[in-house]
Structure formats: C-alpha cells, structure tokens
Design a protein around this ligand. Structure first.
Ligand SMILES: NC(=O)c1ccc[n+]([C@@H]2O[C@H](COP(=O)([O-])OP(=O)(O)OC[C@H]3O[C@@H](n4cnc5c(N)ncnc54)[C@H](O)[C@@H]3O)[C@@H](O)[C@H]2O)c1
Ligand SMILES: [Zn+2]
Ligand SMILES: [Zn+2]
Length: 369
C-alpha cells in the first residue's frame, strides 16, 4: 500500500513528508493505522546526525498509538480493531530477560531492530523498490506502520490516542523509573532532577507509590508549576546548591530516592550526592551525550548509596503499559497538561523547532480522524 510518512533523508536536514510503499504484515507482525504520535528528543537527536548509530533514509518516530488493521500469520495476541501503543522496547515473554522480574530488556529482536530491520532481517518500507529502514522498530511518523506483535501493547479503547501515545516512551519511562526500577516505598523523600516529560512522569510515579515528600528541580518555573500538578510537594529552581539544600532539609543524610531526568552528567552527579547515606538509591534516566563520563566518588557508594540506570522505566511493555493506561483512565495520572501542541504529520519539523525552543512538554502529531 501507499502511505504518507516523514522521512529523514539527510542528517541535519528537515524531514520530508512524502509517499512510500508499505508491504503488509508477515508472520508475527501487525499492520497498525497510526492515529497519534509524540515527538521525542531521540527523534530529534537522530535527525541531527549526532547519534553515531543512526542511519538514513529512515522513517523516524517511536511514540505511537493507533489501531490494528491487519495481522500476519501466527499472531494470536492481537486482532484488527485493537487499540495499541508502540513499543521500542519489546516484550517477547519467552527470552531469559522476559522471564526474569529483574529487567525489561527483552533480548528477542535487539540486533535486527538496532540495524533498522524487522525481526526477519528485511523491511516493509520501500520507495521505488529500494528498502527504507525502520527506526527503533517503530517508524511512527507515518499514517501506517508494520511492527512485530511483541512490540505492540494492547490498551483500553477508551483512552484517547493523543494520551495513549505518551505512554510509548517519555511518560512511561518516568512513571516506571519510580514504580518499577526504584520501587519507591511509601512515606519516602524523593528528589527528581529535570521536569520534562520524563521527570514529570517520575514525580507522578513517586506520588503513586505514596512518597511523602517529592522535590522537583528544574531551571524553568513553568515546568516546576507542571511538576506541582503531578504531585511535587516542593519545587526548586536549579541553582547549583540543590545538594546542599537536600542535605540541610534531611538532617544531613540525603533523600531516600533521587532521579536524574536531564541527560546531563553534572546533574547525574548531583543526584547521587543528594541520595541518602545508608540506603539512598539514585536512578539515572537521562541519556548523556556520546563519550561523556560520569565521575563518582567511591566513598559515596561505600557509605550505602546506590546508583542504577533505567531504560523505558523498567516497564515490561505489553504487560505494564496497559496497566499504566488503566491508571490514567482511573484518574490517577493527569496526562492533558503534558500535551502542549497538536499538529498534523506535515508539521513535524515545527514540532522539532518547538522542542528546540523548549516550548511545551510534548508536541503530538495527530493523524487522520
Ligand atoms: N532511559 C530511557 O529509556 C529514556 C527514555 C526517554 C527519554 N530519556 C532521556 O531522559 C531525559 C529527559 O527527557 P525529557 O523528554 O524529559 O527531556 P526535556 O529536555 O524535556 O527535560 C529535561 C529538563 O531538565 C531540565 N534541566 C536542565 N538543566 C538542569 C539542571 N541543572 N538541574 C535540573 N534540571 C535541569 C530542563 O530545564 C528540562 O526541563 C533525556 O536525556 C532523554 O534522552 C531516557
Ligand atoms: Zn522517546
Ligand atoms: Zn524477551
């Protein structure tokens, strides 16, 4: 079939929306008609050419939500009409990692996905018979996509597509960092550095876990106000004195849980230093620039602080994204303030400009209706 999609033709150049060919689903795959897609930093990072593992041409986009239109042979967990959220982090439910509760990093299709292919090593996207690679296994800046069944989470039909798509990356990453990676205990004191979609999700996750005090730290007053709405009890401007202030306010000990959601190594260090001696857990969620290093004073670790990283918030996508969406539908997660701009697929480059200008939390592309 012919589809319209936003193609990264050349690194550093605007995306070009035009027609491509999309082949139907093969065994284990589904054809999804996309209805909404968030625009995330990873898309812009790849488009810029800064990511050494990036490739072009490709169709970017990974925060998608839509409706299953058709399924290939052997697909049992999905049927046409199902509402789905796309997963750049799949869940095969069979590999050694999927079978362990200790990680969400499914091993099933990593290599092919990283290279831009579907699990059988080919693409469904092409132009004039030349294959076009899939980005993050998702390629959701498009009217339709074909994806493996194991990378689609079936969610409640009552959720709007605009809200559901945020659970495909940033929001679930933040929520999950608090709920699944750190497993924040009720009554805790938490500090969340960064109040973008990921940090705001972490604030909401700490609240859902019953944290008593949630300190949100950011440079922007506007974002701190949004953090208040997600459940932050304290909102602090990042002024270089945050660690000192956390120690002052916790009897010199530090916070039970800290989260870093900025991607800056200097802030990662602050997050570790603000964690409590004895048992403080620092969770790193931000993605640092290529080649950057995190310096850690070992004494901080010996005296009981721990540091860990979190990919997609430790969320096992097919099982837990639907549960998070259910909590949103139950009124426990306030998604509306996180959608700052809505626009059509044709305006994807404007979404990048808004992100560059730090205007709003998320722009959502709305496809068809
Ligand atoms: N681990 C994962 O699976 C995963 C998934 C999605 C995104 N990410 C990463 O998470 C990070 C956050 O993503 P986002 O979409 O929320 O980004 P964002 O840019 O919207 O938010 C980052 C926030 O950090 C704030 N900030 C900058 N300097 C600061 C400082 N010194 N102290 C406190 N706050 C400061 C900024 O003002 C901004 O509000 C990025 O690095 C992104 O690449 C990771
Ligand atoms: Zn993302
Ligand atoms: Zn797996």
């Amino acid at each position: 079939m012919k589809i319209r999609a936003a193609v990264l033709e050349q690194f550093g150049e605007p995306l070009v929306v035009h027609e491509l060919d999309l082949e139907g689903p093969r065994p284990g795959e589904a054809l999804v008609r996309l209805r909404a897609c968030g625009v995330c930093h990873t898309d812009m990072y790849t488009a810029s050419g800064a990511d050494p593992s990036g490739y072009a041409p490709t169709v970017l986009g990974h925060e998608g939500a839509g409706i299953v239109e058709a399924v290939g042979e052997d697909v049992r967990s999905l049927a046409p009409g199902d509402h789905v959220v796309t997963l750049f982090s799949p869940q095969c439910r069979e590999c050694v990692h999927c079978l362990s509760p200790r990680t969400n990093l499914c091993l099933a299709i990593r290599e092919q996905q990283n290279e831009g292919y579907l699990p059988d090593g080919t693409t469904r996207l092409s132009r004039e018979r030349q294959p076009i690679r899939h980005f993050m296994g998702t390629s959701t800046f498009a009217e339709y996509t074909v994806m493996p069944e194991i990378a689609l989470a079936k969610v409640a039909g009552e959720a709007s597509f605009e809200a559901a798509c945020l659970f495909a990356c940033g929001l679930s990453t933040g929520l999950g960092a608090a709920m699944f990676t750190a497993q924040v205990q009720s009554g805790s004191t938490c500090v969340v550095f960064g109040a973008g979609l990921v940090g705001l999700g972490a604030v909401a996750g700490c609240r859902l876990q019953g944290a008593e005090r949630i300190i949100s730290v950011d440079l922007s007053q506007e974002r701190l106000a949004l953090a208040r709405g997600q459940g932050a009890t304290d909102c602090w401007r990042a002024d270089g004195r945050v660690v000192e202030r956390v120690l002052d306010e916790t009897g010199g000990l530090g916070a039970d849980y800290t989260f870093e959601a900025t991607g800056l190594v200097a802030v990662m260090r602050e997050a570790l230093e603000a964690a409590r001696m004895g048992w403080g857990l620092c969770t790193i969620v931000g993605v640092a620039g290529k080649g950057e290093m995190l310096e850690v004073v070992p004494r901080l670790l010996i005296t009981g602080r721990r540091i860990c990283g979190s990919s997609f918030g430790g969320v096992k996508g097919r099982d837990q994204v639907p549960e998070l969406v259910q909590r949103y539908l139950g009124g426990e997660i306030d998604v509306a303030p996180l959608i700052s701009h809505r626009m059509g697929l044709e305006d994807v480059n404007r979404a990048f400009e808004l992100m560059h200008a730090r205007d709003g939390i998320r722009s959502v592309l709305v496809m068809g209706s």
